[in-house]
Structures are given as C-alpha cells and as structure tokens.
Design a binder for this molecule. Structure first.
Ligand code: PAF
Length: 289
C-alpha cells in the first residue's frame, strides 16, 4: 500500500494506472476508520482494479462551534486497517495542499436547495464544505467510481447532484449503513459517547423503526414524526429533526405519495449528552390495492 502526502506522488501513481487502462475507485474519509468505512473500501474493491482512500479532516465543513480540533485523528491505526484489507493507495493531504490560499479565500462549490434543507438548516455551510472538498479530491484522484455511505444520506444525494450538474465522469456508488449489534449506526463520533449515553444511543434507530411501523400502519405523517420526537425526548435526547421524505430529492411527502410505491426515508438528528447523532431508515410501502 502506498501512502501519498502530496498531489505529485498521487498523480504519478494515478497516471501509471491510467496508462495501463486500470480503473480506480475512491473512498473519501476523515479518518478514525471503523467497520463502516472498511465496508465502503470493500465495496470499492468490487468496482475497480485499484482503490484510493483519502484521509483528511476538512476544516471547511466544521462551523466554529463544532469539533474540528477535537475530531479523532488516528492515522497510524487507520493505515494499518487499510493495509490489512488490501487498499492500494492512501492519500493524506494537509490543509496547505487542499486550501493553499486558506479555506475561506478559496473558490467553493455549493449544490443549491438540497444543501440548505434538513441537516443544512442546522449546520449552515456544512454541505458547501463537503461538496467543495469532495470536488477538489475528485479532481486530484480522478476516479471512475466513488463510494459514499447511506448513513449520510443527504450528503450522498448532494454529491450525486454535483456530479450530474458538473458533468463529472464519475459513478457514485451508495453503501448501506453499517450498524452495531444494538442498531446504532456506525460513526466516528460514536467515540464521544460516555457509557450511559452509548447505552441510550441505540434508541435512535429503534425510534426510527417505530416511526416506520406507524407510517406503514397508516398513522398520519405528522403524528408519526411527533411520536418519534416525543419518544426520543423522553429518553433525554435533544432532537433537531425527525422527518419523512422521498429518497430522490428529499421532498416532503403527503399521504397520497406514501401509497404510490415511492421509496421513503425517515431522517433524524438528535443529541444525547454532548454527542450529536444522525441516522435514517429507507423503506417502501407496497400498495396492495
Ligand atoms: O463523510 C465524510 O466523512 C466527509 O463528509 C467527507 C465525504 C470525507 C468529506 O470530508
């Protein structure tokens, strides 16, 4: 496995693969890798001859009151995990390489509408930071495929739209959410949970499941979302949102959309203790009439 710290090294390896007409799949990460990330790499390996993983904690996607400086950085362990599963190349740029002018003075890319709803309402600037760094990494790695986890479902749709809007010749591949045995969606931020919050954290996926069941049973959307929020609040969560949407553009759905075999998704974000968790659940209601 090669580890490239600068763009020249990365480009040299990419050109060699390209000249041999070998395909490349890319997995961008912020490091602190867990089994969820490794499942993205394994999916990438099924898609292309070579897999490139980037590890970069992108300052542009953190607001001043978020955890940029304390975000877990575990490069040595990450490299061991990636080597063990046969990753070809790990790109570990630093900020002077990604934002040579400083991150606030550089050009940016922003996907309209989708970047400003749901998660975007609670984290202004977050998706602009994500799409900007992902576009820059795409330009550096020039992959045929790029793999993103469905845990960050809105991020996945935003990257898909950016790739479409800007005609990038990259296929975006979605990877299913990896969960702990108790249902908690895997995330690097789960490391922040203290033992008592960790115990409660699985209630988020359970609440989403209960919400899904209620919608399947025909309870009104507002009532199902509200009882999910109430259940979480009763267990000490501070809820940012629980919302039912369709999966193409995250538009709100009405009762009639529900019965049209559309794929639906319940998205949620809530804080337990000091840790903000996000999760989602996709499902289809088959119209039996
Ligand atoms: O999902 C993440 O880890 C990040 O948002 C990404 C895509 C690596 C961009 O920094």
């Amino acid at each position: 496995m090669s580890v490239c710290k600068n763009i020249e090294q990365l480009r040299a390896q990419i050109s060699e693969w390209r000249s041999n007409k070998e395909t490349i799949a890319f997995v961008p990460t912020m490091g602190n890798l867990h089994a969820g990330h490794l499942s993205l790499v394994e999916l990438a390996q099924q898609k292309a001859v070579h897999v490139v993983v980037s590890i970069y904690v992108n300052p542009l996607q953190f607001s001043p009151d978020e955890d940029f400086s304390s975000y877990p950085r575990t490069l040595e362990e990450d490299l061991k995990k990636l080597e063990a599963i046969g990753t070809d190349l790990v790109f570990v740029p630093d900020t002077s390489m990604i934002y040579p002018r400083g991150e606030t003075k550089s050009s940016f890319v922003e996907v309209p509408v989708l970047s400003h709803i749901i998660e975007g309402e609670f984290r202004p600037g977050f998706f602009r930071g994500v799409s900007t760094v992902v576009l820059k990494l795409f330009n550096m790695v020039q992959p045929d495929y790029a793999v993103f986890g469905e845990k960050d479902f809105q991020q996945l749709l935003i990257i898909k739209q950016m790739v479409n809007d800007l005609n990038l010749p990259i296929e975006i591949v979605a990877a299913a959410i990896k969960r702990e045995a108790d249902g908690l969606a895997m995330s690097s931020r789960n490391n922040y949970l203290n033992p008592s919050d960790r115990e409660k954290s699985c209630l988020l996926s359970q609440a989403l499941m209960a919400c899904r069941r209620q919608i399947e049973q025909g309870i009104s959307i507002e009532q199902a979302e509200k009882s999910c929020v109430d259940a979480l609040q009763n267990h000490g969560f501070l809820v940012d949102y629980v919302t039912l949407r369709e999966t193409m553009g995250l538009e709100k759905v009405s009762k009639s959309d529900i019965n049209a075999n559309n794929e639906l998704i319940i998205l949620a974000a809530a804080k337990i203790g000091n840790t903000r968790l996000i999760d989602n659940m996709k499902f289809v209601i088959i119209d039996k009439t």
